[in-house]
Write a protein that binds this ligand. Structure first.
Ligand code: NDP
Ligand code: 8X3
Length: 248
């Protein structure tokens, strides 16, 4: 029987690359996100490469939608909790509370809602693997990023605690924590300002979604007795949230 991978936020960036890479590695894909046309395009791409892809279009911020779409899913061997965003980059006294709600509701509560529906299925099946996409922001708070960093600190804490919770059930929990990855992330952070988003990567060769997907597939395919608890991945030109060497 082929393994099933459920990926949240598969319409773009890391999630889309992971869907294609996991399909190539032999997983059947359940791809989720809010943009239906992107999901349809991904499904075509997976199928054109000989894979199998089901799509579920919903918003992870809605617990009712998460339950409606995910409760009927029979089996999930690998859950990739990837859907997330940064919204805004401001000092705390000027932040937009709508941005704060979006980040907390998606990055923290959405991840929890999905996990709450899928992990009991893994427990009943006697095993599984959950991979959470955290961030270097999950251990390095930086200026202008209080709420995004808080949301990724939460993902870091949740990943460690859920690893303990699910240990006896034979469920692996891995957290992958990237630095700079060029996706739609910065465009979303700057509310659609592509020019500003492009400058984030000035003088740097950032990671790509495919780079992170490669790590996801490696972690997912390790022998049963071996787990990656926590993996930090950065461009060679980055040493942390405050240290990036940019070519002139
Ligand atoms: P993208 O913006 O390219 O992708 C984000 C994905 O999340 C999209 O597929 C989007 O789908 C989905 N998503 C966002 N909000 C929701 C929602 N409410 N419900 C369902 N899906 C949602 O960014 P990345 O690929 O870079 O981001 C993926 C993850 O990686 C995020 O958790 C991010 O925090 C993390 N990360 C990114 C880094 C980077 O530098 N790019 C570095 C470290 C971590 P749709 O809009 O269709 O719903
Ligand atoms: C994304 C990386 O440094 O913009 O999580 O927070 S950073």
């Amino acid at each position: 029987m082929k393994k099933q991978a459920l990926i949240t936020g598969a319409t773009s960036g890391i999630g889309r690359a992971a869907a294609l890479r996991l399909a190539a590695a032999g997983y059947d894909i359940i791809a989720t996100g809010r943009r239906a046309e992107r999901l349809a395009e991904l499904r075509q791409a997976v199928e054109a490469a000989g894979g199998c892809c089901t799509t579920l279009c919903f918003d992870v911020r809605s617990e009712a939608e998460v339950r409606r779409f995910l409760e009927p899913v029979e089996r999930v061997d690998l859950l990739l909790n990837n859907a997330g965003l940064a919204a805004g980059l401001e000092h705390i006294d000027r932040g937009d509370t709508a941005d704060w709600d979006a980040m907390i509701d998606t990055n923290v509560k959405g991840l929890l809602y999905v996990t709450r529906v899928i992990t009991p299925k893994m427990v009943a099946a006697g095993g599984g693997h959950v991979i959470n996409i955290g961030s270097i922001a999950g251990t390095e708070p930086y200026e202008n990023g209080a709420v995004y960093c808080a949301s990724k600190h939460a993902v870091h804490a949740i990943s460690q605690a859920m690893r303990a919770d699910l240990l006896a059930a034979g469920i692996k929990v891995t957290e992958i924590r990237p630095g700079m990855v060029e996706t739609e992330f910065s465009e979303v952070r700057f509310h659609g300002d592509r020019e500003r988003a492009k400058h984030v990567y000035d003088g740097v060769t950032p990671l790509s979604g495919e780079d992170i997907a490669e790590a996801i597939v490696w972690a997912a395919q390790l022998p049963a007795h071996m787990n990656v608890n926590d993996m930090v991945l950065m461009p060679a030109q980055q040493a942390g949230a405050y240290y990036t060497w940019r070519k002139a």
